[in-house]
Design a protein around this ligand. Structure first.
Ligand SMILES: Cc1ncc(COP(=O)(O)O)c(C=O)c1O
Length: 398
């Protein structure tokens, strides 16, 4: 399969604004079917979930459809899909619930590669429980986080390992199945932050081997909400804080308050849009083939962009891992990345500068809290965008 980028682009009204968008890792642009689905949910009769009125059934249908869609996207089960405001909130909620069982002598492993959303909730929960935090470093020269890096800090006391599926700053994709092996051999849980990964590659939770996984639809063409995916049987063993009158069923007991039905309708539409990039008898199969085709498209574009970046004077590329997403972090000798960001923006090229909440990663690379210029490819990125970026960068460096 290959991606017809022109056809993909035709579905994105925002692209008519004229900018070349390399800001997808912060949140992608949205195709028309997603906006239409949000609108349709908002104007349809809608009430709290139930089975008596049409409005109640509409809400129920929207939620069940979105659980199935996210399950199809990541190879999970719909009964294990929890929706929330964001991956950050869901991770804090999960950390609060899990850490109720932690105490002094227990250990939690976080990494220097991760976005702070998969660091601070665990660090703060561990501190509150009196548990010890251990840090897995990575090789700044290669950008690789290996299973050995994680194994070096895992002990028999480790209760949980939190690691990213892919770095939102430098794209590195750690070897999750191997890391799952390390965590599970020690009797620990593995939580994977899949927010960046899910936008760029086929995901199969069984292959990855994690116990809990987060993703955020607004990173993969959908609306602003988050999802946590786990085995429903595992969720059934957890008892989050919840209101007394709200249901104790799984996964609902993890969803605090009323769900954003319109955003869930948009989430289903985003998954359907991605499935539309592939082929196969089931949506899961279309997603696997579609995301594989997308990965190939983005990898090819990344390779040509990288070759051109390497030819620019004074540019350092920090994205170096053998296996990674098309997310490039660059810095400029003697020039601020923030200046490049503004220079590009004035020319209709959107590539922001910063550390993008991957604070530990930026510091570990020696880039302090400043980070660099992040160039992220998305399903709608094309060679025209790349040409515009390179032209603007050459002008910046001239
Ligand atoms: C890798 C990664 N993890 C977590 C998050 C936080 O996601 P959310 O905004 O849904 O809380 C982001 C957002 O940029 C991210 O890139």
């Amino acid at each position: 399969m290959s991606i017809d980028v022109a056809a993909v682009r035709s579905h994105f009204p925002a692209l008519q604004g004229g900018a070349a968008h390399f800001d997808g890792p912060g949140g992608t642009q949205v195709p028309t079917p997603v906006a239409d689905a949000v609108h349709a949910a908002l104007v349809a009769p809608m009430a709290n979930r139930g089975s008596t009125t049409q409005a109640e059934r509409n809400a129920d249908d929207v939620v069940l459809a979105a659980r199935q869609a996210v399950a199809d996207l990541v190879g999970g089960r719909p009964g294990g899909v929890v929706f929330g405001r964001s991956a950050t909130v869901l991770t804090y909620d999960l950390a609060r619930t899990l850490s109720a069982g932690w105490g002094p002598g227990d250990e939690v492993v976080v990494t220097r590669l991760d976005h702070d959303a998969n660091v601070r909730p665990w660090v703060q929960a561990a501190e509150r429980a009196g548990a010890t935090v251990r840090w897995a470093g990575f090789d700044p020269a290669t950008g690789e986080l290996t299973a050995a890096d994680v194994a070096a800090v895992v002990t028999d006391a480790t209760r949980l390992v939190a690691v990213t599926g892919a770095s939102n700053l430098i794209g590195t994709r750690p070897p999750l199945p191997e890391i799952a092996g390390v965590a599970h051999a020690a009797g620990a849980l593995l939580h994977v932050d899949g927010v960046h990964l899910t936008a760029h590659a086929p995901v199969d939770l069984a292959e990855l081997g994690c116990d809990t996984f987060t993703c955020s639809p607004y990173k993969f063409l959908g609306p602003h909400c988050g999802a946590l995916v786990a085995d429903p049987e595992f969720l059934a063993t957890l008892h989050p804080d919840k209101l007394l009158p709200s249901t104790d069923a799984v996964p609902e007991r993890f969803e605090l308050g009323t769900l954003p039905y319109e955003l869930l309708a948009g989430t289903t539409a985003a998954v359907d849009f991605l499935a539309g990039l592939g082929a196969g008898a089931t949506r899961r199969e279309r997603l696997r083939t579609g995301m594989a085709a997308l990965e190939e498209h983005e990898d090819a574009l990344r390779a040509s962009l990288e070759a051109s970046l390497a030819a620019l004077p004074g540019v350092t590329l920090w994205s170096r891992a053998a296996r990674r997403t098309p997310t490039l972090l660059v810095t400029f000798e003697g020039r601020d990345a923030a200046d490049a960001y503004r220079f590009l923006a004035a020319r209709g090229v959107n590539a922001p500068a910063g550390s993008f909440y991957a604070l530990e990663c930026s510091r570990w690379l020696g880039l302090g809290d400043t980070g660099g210029l992040r160039i992220g490819l998305a399903p709608y990125s094309d060679s025209g965008d790349v040409d515009r970026l390179l032209e603007a960068l050459r002008a910046f460096l001239a």
